[in-house]
Design a protein around this ligand. Sequence first.
Ligand SMILES: CC(C)(COP(=O)(O)OP(=O)(O)OC[C@H]1O[C@@H](n2cnc3c(N)ncnc32)[C@H](O)[C@@H]1O)[C@@H](O)C(=O)NCCC(=O)NCCS
Ligand SMILES: Nc1ncnc2c1ncn2[C@@H]1O[C@H](COP(=O)(O)OP(=O)(O)OP(=O)(O)O)[C@@H](O)[C@H]1O
Length: 229
Amino acid sequence: MFLVGLTGGIASGKSTVSSQLKELGCPVIDADVVARKVVEPQTAAYRLIVRHFGREVLSENGEIDRKKLGQIIFSSPEKRRLLNSITHPEIHKEMLKQILLYFIKGYRYVILDVPLLFETRRLTRFLTHTVVVYCDPATQLSRLMQRDALSQTEAEQRISAQMPLKEKRGLANHVIENSGSREDTHRQVLRLHSKLDDCMQFLIIRAVAVAALTGLGGLFIYTVKIITS
Ligand SMILES: CC(C)(COP(=O)(O)OP(=O)(O)OC[C@H]1O[C@@H](n2cnc3c(N)ncnc32)[C@H](O)[C@@H]1O)[C@@H](O)C(=O)NCCC(=O)NCCS
Ligand SMILES: Nc1ncnc2c1ncn2[C@@H]1O[C@H](COP(=O)(O)OP(=O)(O)OP(=O)(O)O)[C@@H](O)[C@H]1O
């Protein structure tokens, strides 16, 4: 099994790309969804958030008010670091659990949709491929303002809380250009999908060759089983 990191900037189109990949049958773990799960009421991260940020970041039903917390952390690098230090270890633990589940189910690769992949760098060493969803700065700004009903200043603040998208593009080994239409993006997603399938075949062939050459009978039978499953 291998892992693929999917990242980009805020509102650059990661969710758009990951839903297209899901439609093609790829397993995707979305760090934003995991981030919501690990701060549900009475979890360890929830208690720490209440302790450090106060009850004013809770909504009436006792859940974290994400809008309020977002306003606090996107306007203060210090508060953002504090929230990251509370949530990231929990997010990584939960993602690992989900990866193991996919592994047990026999999936050949898993896509990890992680906005802060290159900022935290904790997951990068486990990845076989990294994919950046890119769009030009003006498109990113206008899509973000429109989707989240933010002013230009608020949107710019959120964009600057992350590594510049151009820099991320330079770090990835695959780029999806999402400044154009969804159809354009879909064509690139199809190419990525077939590349990932090819990569799996290459890894299997390499494992068979290694097993045959080193005379590791057990590994050989195992890899043959993978191919025929
Ligand atoms: C700040 C919070 C409460 C805002 O919640 P909200 O529902 O409004 O936004 P959502 O979670 O969908 O995030 C939207 C986007 O904001 C950006 N973002 C989120 N957290 C951060 C952060 N700590 N630093 C920089 N950008 C961030 C990402 O691009 C993300 O895709 C929430 O994002 C959060 O708890 N963030 C800390 C956990 C985290 O780092 N999540 C990112 C996944 S690793
Ligand atoms: N190719 C496209 N054409 C038009 N609109 C798009 C395109 N791609 C994405 N969008 C829109 O831009 C906004 C941001 O896209 P999306 O939510 O996929 O980004 P994201 O990178 O997942 O964002 P976040 O970092 O906040 O999770 C959404 O409103 C989405 O519908």
